[in-house]
Design a protein around this ligand. Structure first.
Ligand code: NAD
Ligand code: UFG
Length: 333
């Protein structure tokens, strides 16, 4: 089976390509390299022995996309390409709506035109807003997003659902990720954030390599065991394996299916700091700062539906996530 992976040189996309190739799928990537490097292809080849076919193409640019669909007949598309910086999306909403929403609509038009109507979409737990229940099941109603990035995910879920309802030949899997961290055990693939990171683990890694002096912990007065925010951190390789299982689903059904991809465990900011320090023997100085606007106290998944219907569950624990994150950072930052 041949799978098109949009955004395949990015953090989650590159790990998913490795798992797809390991399971015998043929992989074609397109990416505009806005937030990733072509060198990732050699690294995927080093790990798997196979270099995926690559197109430098932009979701918003018909001319660069056309050859991708002219040259191949895809069994399914895994759609990672998009912009993901929450803070930037507040400052540049048009850029986010154009890239993520217009770009995805263009992609779907191509898929229609070339007769590939199966898509797995990277959504996010952010669509639950301040969740109505913990742990969060897929039945939990979608909520109010606190930034344009989150709205692009919520809106695109609706767009893809409407497309499937209008044309039942479509098959749509919406994967709502919780908090992906970690890296490939080889140290060859991982997340390399540009500038000052927004997210916790990339920030900790910048402190660990000495690029930033200390971590700011955003609030210690939440209603959580130690007062700091609680999240469901999931190893990126587990997340990648979830996509491979979703390929089977998307190619054998004609409906819309939604799955949470999380571990079901909630860890606080200080749990992450302590575990990172212990397993890697590095001190992470931190200071308590005011709450960050838009943050919620607690967010973790009920991953039972993915286990039942995708035969998937996360395997790696927090210790492993911290070890692998640090191996990548220490070799690549
Ligand atoms: P990433 O930035 O590493 O990867 C995204 C890739 O898409 C990049 O390589 C970028 O160059 C490419 N891209 C962006 N706009 C493009 C365009 N117009 N045309 C072609 N390529 C384009 O991000 P990631 O962490 O791997 O995230 C992958 C997907 O998962 C994104 O859609 C993101 O919103 C979603 N997601 C990520 C997280 C997270 O915490 N990392 C959480 C929930 C959902
Ligand atoms: N945090 C800090 N200091 C930092 C960064 C984060 O204390 O420098 C705290 C936050 O307040 C939060 C926790 O660490 O309690 C996790 O924050 P992240 O920014 O790493 O992750 P979020 O849960 O805020 O958001 C992430 C992605 C979103 C995605 C969401 C749900 O950034 O894109 O997970 O999937 F929508």
């Amino acid at each position: 089976m041949k799978i098109l992976v949009t955004g395949g040189t990015g953090y989650i996309g590159s790990h998913t390509c490795v798992e797809l190739i390991n399971r015998g799928y043929e992989v074609v990537i397109f990416d505009n390299l806005y937030n990733s490097k072509e060198e990732v292809l050699s690294r995927i080849e080093k790990i798997t022995g196979t270099r995926p076919l690559f197109y430098k193409a932009d979701l918003r640019d018909t001319e660069s996309m056309r050859p991708v669909f002219e040259d191949h007949k895809f069994d399914a598309v895994i759609h990672f390409a998009g912009l993901k910086a929450v803070g930037e999306s507040v400052e540049k909403p048009l850029m986010y709506y154009e890239n993520n929403i217009s770009g995805t609509i263009k992609l779907c038009k191509f898929m229609n035109e070339y007769g590939c109507k199966r898509i797995i979409f990277s959504s996010s737990a952010t669509v639950y807003g301040d969740p109505a229940q913990i742990p969060i099941t897929e039945e939990c109603p979608k909520g109010t997003c606190t930034n344009p990035y989150g709205w692009t995910k919520s809106m695109l879920e609706q767009v893809l659902t409407d497309i499937q309802h209008a044309d039942p030949e479509w098959s749509v899997v919406l994967l709502r990720y919780f908090n992906p961290i970690g890296a490939h055990e080889s140290g060859l693939l991982g997340e390399s954030p540009n500038g000052i990171p927004n997210n916790l683990m990339p920030y900790i890694m910048k402190v660990a390599v000495g690029e930033l002096p200390e971590l700011g912990v955003f609030g210690n007065d939440y209603d959580t065991p130690d007062g700091t925010g609680v999240r469901d951190y999931i190893h990126v390789v587990d997340l990648a394996r979830g996509h491979v299982n979703a390929v089977e689903k998307v190619t054998t059904t004609n409906e819309v299916n939604v799955y949470n991809l999380g571990t079901g465990n909630g860890y606080s900011v200080l749990d992450i700091v302590k575990t990172f320090e212990e397993v890697n023997n590095i001190r992470i100085p931190y200071q308590i700062k005011p709450r960050r606007a838009g943050d919620i106290a607690t967010c973790y998944a009920d991953p039972a539906k993915a286990k039942k219907e995708l035969d998937w569950e996360a395997e790696y624990d927090l210790k492993r996530m911290c070890e692998d994150s640090w191996r990548f950072a220490s070799q690549n930052f």
